[in-house]
Design a binder for this molecule. Sequence first.
Ligand code: ZN
Ligand code: ZN
Length: 358
Amino acid sequence: MLAALYYGPMDLRLEDCPIPQPRKGEVLVKVAAATTCGTDVKSFRRGHPLLFQNIPAGFGHEVSGIIATVGRSVAQFSEGDAVVVANSAPCQHCFYCRRGRYSLCENLLFLNGAYAEYLLVPEPIVRQNLYKLMPGTSYIAAALTEPLACALHGIEASDIMPEDTVVILGAGPLGLLLAAVAKQRGAHVVITGRGTQRLAVAHHFGADAVIDVSGLSSEEQVENVRNETDNLRGADVVIEAVGTPETWKLAVAMARPGGLVNFFGGCPSGTQVSLETRSLHYGELTMKGVFHHTPLFFQQALELITDHRIDVEALITAQVPLNSILEVFDLLLQKQGIKYALLPPAFEETSVITADPE
Ligand SMILES: [Zn+2]
Ligand SMILES: [Zn+2]
């Protein structure tokens, strides 16, 4: 089979690999669609602290497909089922799992390898985080369950009340999905970012105001955001979805007293931020980090996609054959496009592929 393997930063290779065979509890999925993600682009550029234990490693984690083979003792799935595969499973028995904090699981199992013709799904994911698709669900939309699950986690942690002004820094795929979910919670949504392509779709994803920050100083960005809030008070909730120390600081400066700041975007390891203590203390700010998703958010995201409640496919710039993956990552490094759907040879020809029974 054709598979993209990660050998290290800036070293991704498309190779011919043996098709894996599922062992007990595992499932082999024939990939129908895999979508690119900001995390992949970051890993490609600079590596990732958690994702790659052994090199070469499979690459890509947003994926849907059809079950090709099931291993022994897999009762809940059978060959031919259309499925979406989550990219992780918690262990269910560590300190954090026992407290329901699954995204902090000490043994969180990550799955990569979506950019391939087949993907072997490990037993813990088969058991906890593999889902059948309803007929009529597009495979590309289903592959986007993972980022939407992260956005749901981010919004759930932000304590949004109806009519709150929610500012989202960053108009990347996650910023746009956060905007869509915040809008569904009744918020007045302001999104800031750069890149005409991304900002152009921000309204489609529920943003009430879109601020293009290219060329704006930090002070101007804060001022522009405050202008969107009642009495220039600052935002009720600010969600940072860029992942740089500079935007983390900006996020804090945009929140009103008593507001909440969600550090959703992960910064490069080793970076630090310094914050003005006065506004944190006297302004009684709440600040929190949010990472990844949990099986519950994954299920909720799939429901939203199945019911067409969020047009996730509007994030897809183009559908591309899997063997163009290196060109796609070149484009993403140059910030061209939002997300791409990579289609293995068996699915290349179909423009709309859905989980309809054949
Ligand atoms: Zn992702
Ligand atoms: Zn655990």
